[in-house]
Ligand binder design. Structure first.
Ligand SMILES: C[S@@+](CC[C@H](N)C(=O)[O-])C[C@H]1O[C@@H](n2cnc3c(N)ncnc32)[C@H](O)[C@@H]1O
Length: 439
């Protein structure tokens, strides 16, 4: 795989925050295709993550002072916070998904002592299969799902991990959870690119013990490399960034983030295996209540009462904004629904999505200092073929709430097949980098 040469660029080449370097590397900056090459980032990342290169680029371009703080209101698996740690910069994150939050803790506060990793590796390699009944551990729905994905011998070993975790002291728990989650992924038989496709698409499974060795080796190597010059300064909060009251007014100097995209990943669905395995939830309904309900409404799987509460979300948006940007889209989606298969209620996503994003933008305005840069990666959408320029609408929300747009760059084309051919603007579907400044 080719190495990016962006890091080798002299600083003066990246002082312009208006445009990313127009070299081939910039095309890949938003996606995390190279994350597997970077220490700590590679311990756990996902398809919805952005790249460490992008975060590093934004931090370097901002020329931060020692007391400056970076904020990521949609921290995901912690790319911004991990990279900030590696760059010796303070950072604050918010993440509302409990599994992502737990895994991120292990990456943000990595062990600085290889003994801890050896201890956990030996512990896991000495684990014996669980001898009781799986029904004692998992709910019926969870068990049905897990047995489709993981062979029984591996599942028996993984089940024992749940008991072992209870006996561990706090400081080991998040790393243990990260390692076992990675092992779960490696032992799983199902292909996933955001949704589990078992049993139709199988992948090669690696045995429990081999997976433990592979995962621990990688963590060991990174800690060995980093232990002498690494002091984590980042802090991650569990909760929705619609309310960041823990963060003082004008206390941050840079925002680097990527929110959920409209009608893209259902972050609860994409983690169904982990949510069931670790018992965050025991049924689809509980996943909705305990996980989806916390997140920005971006897919039709969001809780029905939230989607139905159109009046509340509508009242939070200004009349002129709705009239100019949202109402015609909602009408079109409503009409398409009548004639389309599946009868998806996409039209119910529009007010909640933009109203909730407005809350986050307002909070960002409150906590960022005047003149601070905001870098946001988001994509537009086409629901039932109706084009929604989400990046432009979000930019407008930023302008309405005290930001100036410096630049919007199309970083990557994506999913053109979703567009109605007859629509104008259809060639635009892509992933965008919005660069704004807090006025
Ligand atoms: C596109 S992902 C961010 C990925 C991240 N940049 C990374 O590299 O790992 C969006 C994240 O926002 C989280 N999220 C959704 N709604 C949220 C909310 N209201 N508050 C905080 N986080 C939220 C999701 O759980 C998901 O992890």
């Amino acid at each position: 795989m080719p190495q990016l040469n962006l890091f080798d660029l002299p600083d003066e080449k990246i002082t312009s925050t208006t445009n990313l370097p127009a070299n081939k590397a910039s095309k890949n900056l938003c996606t995390n295709i190279f994350s597997n090459q970077y220490p700590i980032h590679r311990w756990y990342n996902f398809i919805a993550g952005f790249s460490p290169e992008f975060v590093k680029f934004c931090i370097k371009a901002a020329h931060l002072n020692s007391d400056d703080v970076v904020i990521d209101p949609f921290s995901g698996l912690g790319t911004t916070l991990v990279e900030a740690n590696l760059q010796n910069v303070s950072a604050i994150g918010f993440e509302a998904h409990p599994f992502f939050y737990d895994i991120s803790q292990a990456k943000i506060f990595p062990p600085l002592d290889t003994e801890k990793i050896k201890f956990l590796e030996n512990l896991l390699l000495s684990i014996k299969p669980y001898t009781g009944s799986f029904e004692e551990i998992w709910s019926e729905d969870a068990l049905k799902f897990l047995t489709k994905l993981v062979a029984e011998d591996n599942l028996a070993l993984l089940a024992s991990c749940l008991e072992v975790e209870n006996q561990l002291c706090e400081e080991y728990k998040s790393l243990f959870r990260l390692i076992v989650s990675k092992v779960l992924e490696k032992t799983a038989l199902a292909q996933t690119d955001g949704i589990y496709k078992a049993p139709t698409t199988f992948k090669k499974s690696i045995s429990f013990y081999d997976s433990v060795s592979i995962v621990c080796k990688q963590i060991y190597e990174d800690v060995e490399k980093l232990k002498y010059d690494f002091t984590p300064k980042a802090k991650l909060n569990f909760g929705s960034s619609e309310n960041m009251e823990l963060v003082e007014n004008e206390s941050c100097s840079l925002c680097i983030t990527s929110p959920p995209y409209l009608n893209n990943f259902d972050f609860a669905e994409m983690t169904r295996m982990e949510l069931y395995f670790w018992r965050y939830a025991g049924s689809w309904r509980e996943i909705t209540e305990k996980v989806r309900r916390r997140l920005i409404v971006n897919t039709t799987t969001a809780p029905t009462d939230l989607k139905r509460n159109q009046e509340l979300f509508s009242s939070e948006l200004s009349t002129s904004f709705k009239l100019k940007y949202l109402d015609s889209i909602i009408a079109e989606l409503f009409n398409e629904r009548k004639i389309r298969p599946g009868k998806k209620d996409y039209y119910l996503l529009i007010y909640p999505y933009f109203a909730q994003m407005q809350n986050v933008i307002r909070e960002l305005h409150r906590i960022l200092r005047s003149g601070s840069n905001l870098h946001l990666i988001v994509s537009d959408a086409a629901l039932y073929g109706v084009y929604i320029p989400a990046h432009e609408i979000l930019s407008q929300l930023m302008i309405d709430n005290g930001f100036q747009i410096i630049n919007i760059e199309n970083m990557r084309k994506r999913g053109e097949r979703w567009l109605l051919k007859k629509r104008t603007g259809s060639s635009k579907l892509g992933e965008y980098h919005i660069h704004a400044k807090r006025i």
